[in-house]
Design a protein around this ligand. Structure first.
Ligand code: ATP
Ligand code: MG
Length: 283
């Protein structure tokens, strides 16, 4: 599929983040609705070309837990990325409008993220790097998928200077600038699951707003957050605690969790009608 700007018709804006805007667009030649993300990159043409080249790996990332990719192209300083449109948007928008998720849906969300991470790492040696509620998307057909993983090293580098505010979910080792691995994504998943269960970002306890820098210090120096005792199943508490082990050497990999966490095992085996639950959501 050869995507061209002139074939895409703007429908609505879906949201915006640090890197740019995401629009719902119609690809007129194929009558396909897509989500188009704009990433503004201040880099020379050679670097931008390299980024578009690296993004082509996305064509090979095919998994039921990964948002599909239609193509990327460049216009001026903007890189456009066209992907599968997920009609319910990100899980952060869903819980902010509808309250905390039921455990059965958290279980399925957890399985989807773990399966997506395992696929990316096993098949492509890709570490996601940005697991958080806004990068987990839902579709009313009952699908849960991850998006916005770091495929292009050059893009990651050229965005590094503008990459603020995403640090809330960063693991302690990453904040410290140490080498990091897929286990860093497990930390981010732990915070994400707690957030979906509690209906808010899980720490710090007091509501005093922290600056980005204070929060980063907090993550590195303070004990990991824990769920309020007695409100959630013990296996879920156990899973969150395992994800939030501060020492990456002791923290499990996605694969270990998938194969050995009691919560994950049960969630994977459980039959959950995500579609019916989705039908009850306020949009
Ligand atoms: P950040 O910039 O900190 O990573 P973010 O993930 O919210 O934050 P974007 O990735 O630019 O920023 O996405 C903006 C919003 O667009 C998301 O929160 C999500 O609600 C929506 N969105 C992104 N991709 C899609 C998609 N494929 N289908 C539907 N909605 C999407
Ligand atoms: Mg995103």
């Amino acid at each position: 599929l050869d995507l061209r700007t002139e074939d895409l018709k703007h429908v609505t804006e879906l949201g915006s983040g640090n890197s740019g805007v995401v629009n719902k667009v119609l690809h007129m030649p194929t009558n396909t609705i897509m989500a188009r993300k704009v990433i503004h990159v201040d880099a020379n043409p050679a670097v931008r070309k390299q980024i578009v080249r690296e993004l082509q790996i996305l064509h090979d990332c095919n998994s039921p837990q990964i948002v599909s990719f239609y193509g990327a192209f460049m216009t001026g300083n903007d890189i456009f990325l066209c992907m599968e449109y997920m009609d319910l948007g990100s899980v952060d928008a869903v819980y902010k409008k509808n309250g905390p998720f039921p455990m059965s849906i958290i279980g399925k969300t957890c399985c989807a993220v773990l399966d997506g991470l395992i696929y990316l790492y096993d098949k492509h040696r890709i570490i996601h790097r940005d697991v958080k509620p806004s990068n987990i998307l839902m579709h009313s057909a009952g699908l849960i998928k991850i998006c916005d993983f770091g495929v292009s090293g050059v893009l990651i580098n050229s965005m590094a200077s503008t990459f603020v505010g995403t640090s809330n979910y960063m693991s302690p080792e990453r904040i410290k600038g140490a080498t990091y691995s897929v286990k860093s994504d497990v930390w981010s998943l732990g915070l994400t699951l707690m957030e979906l269960a509690m209906g808010r970002f899980p720490f710090p306890e007091d509501s005093r707003p922290l600056s980005v820098f204070e929060l980063m210090q907090f993550i590195v120096n303070e004990p990991s957050p824990t769920l309020p005792p007695g409100q959630f199943p013990a296996e879920f508490e156990e899973l969150c605690n395992a994800c939030l082990i501060k020492d990456p050497d002791l923290r499990p990999t996605p694969k270990l969790l998938r194969e050995h966490s009691t919560f994950v095992q049960r969630a994977a085996a459980e039959k959950v009608d995500i579609q019916s639950w989705a039908a009850t959501l306020k949009q």
